[in-house]
Design a binder for this molecule. Structure first.
Ligand code: NAD
Length: 259
């Protein structure tokens, strides 16, 4: 992999997976611009404050990026410990708005990587809701959407990550308009500070997923795949959602399809 002389924007760099990605990017020779609600002092060349729950904050952050960008990693996200409309706003609309604002600044041949989740596996079941969501923006009334479409604490995280997958796939045409690829990865549980929030919020429906997982991923194991997707070596991977979960999705599918 050759990420030297590339400048990569990474969100969520203050801790967890985003911090790990930033660290590995720096080790690979890339310049890293870290965007986060919380100040980032390590593994970034430049830190810019960003609140993904606030469209104006996103626009202000992007306006401070005035150099050619080769990649964007949408990593920052929250667990369903926050109200459902806010989870949806940060995990989906904030990421989408940031990507749309960033796109003109990304060089031809660039790459966007979205962090979805293994919990998004059943996204296609909710396709009609995702079509509605696609027409809304970060400024719209997400409380009304959640009330109308029954997005509650128990399903808001899954739904926000499903939306990331649906959006990533629906954006395939971008390749024709601009040579900027966009892919998602869907990790299973990762050993980060966020993991206890997921465990405390698991519903009985989720429990088998965690029991079936042989162990949690180390952040490095997920970051390795993100770096590959940023690199030109992965240039034929486009508009894909890639499970990076130690086989968890295969186990779930085997159970569902009984084979
Ligand atoms: N940890 C897991 O088990 C797991 C599994 C699958 C997917 N994910 C996803 O991986 C991504 C990274 O998660 P993590 O485990 O490293 O979490 P983390 O909580 O350790 O890190 C999240 C980062 O996002 C930042 N952030 C939170 N809200 C923000 C906001 N409104 N605006 C800007 N920045 C904000 C935080 O400051 C932090 O730096 C998330 O999208 C998460 O949903 C995590």
């Amino acid at each position: 992999m050759n990420l030297e002389r590339k400048t990569i924007v990474v969100t969520g760099t203050s801790r967890g997976l985003g911090a790990q990605i930033a660290q590995q990017l720096k080790a690979s020779g890339a310049r890293v611009i870290g965007l986060d609600k919380n100040e980032t002092t390590e593994h970034v060349d430049h830190y810019i404050p960003l609140d993904l729950a606030d469209g104006k904050s996103i626009e202000t952050a992007v306006s401070q990026i005035n150099e050619p960008i080769h990649g964007l990693c949408n990593v920052a996200g929250v667990a369903p410990t926050l109200p459902p409309p806010l989870v949806l706003k940060i995990n989906y609309f904030g990421n989408r708005h940031l990507s749309e604002m960033m796109l003109p600044k990304i060089e031809e041949g660039g790459s966007i990587v979205n962090i979805a989740s293994g919990t998004a596996m059943g996204w296609a079941r909710n396709i009609e809701k995702h079509k509605v969501l696609r027409e809304l923006s970060i400024e719209d009334d997400l409380e009304a959407f959640c009330a109308e479409y029954d997005i509650v604490k128990a399903n808001c995280y899954h739904f926000s990550k499903e939306a990331i997958v649906a959006w990533t796939i629906s954006e395939w045409k971008r390749r024709e308009e601009r040579d900027v690829r966009m892919n998602a990865i869907s990790p299973g549980p990762i050993e980060t500070p966020l993991l206890p929030d997921f465990l405390s919020d698991m519903t009985p429906k989720d429990a088998p997923m965690f029991e079936m997982q042989r162990s949690n991923a180390e952040p490095e194991e997920i970051a390795n795949v993100v770096l590959f997707l940023l690199d030109d070596a992965s240039r034929w991977i486009h508009a894909a959602n890639i499970p990076v979960d130690g086989g968890l999705s295969a186990i779930v599918q085997k159970r569902i399809f009984q084979f």
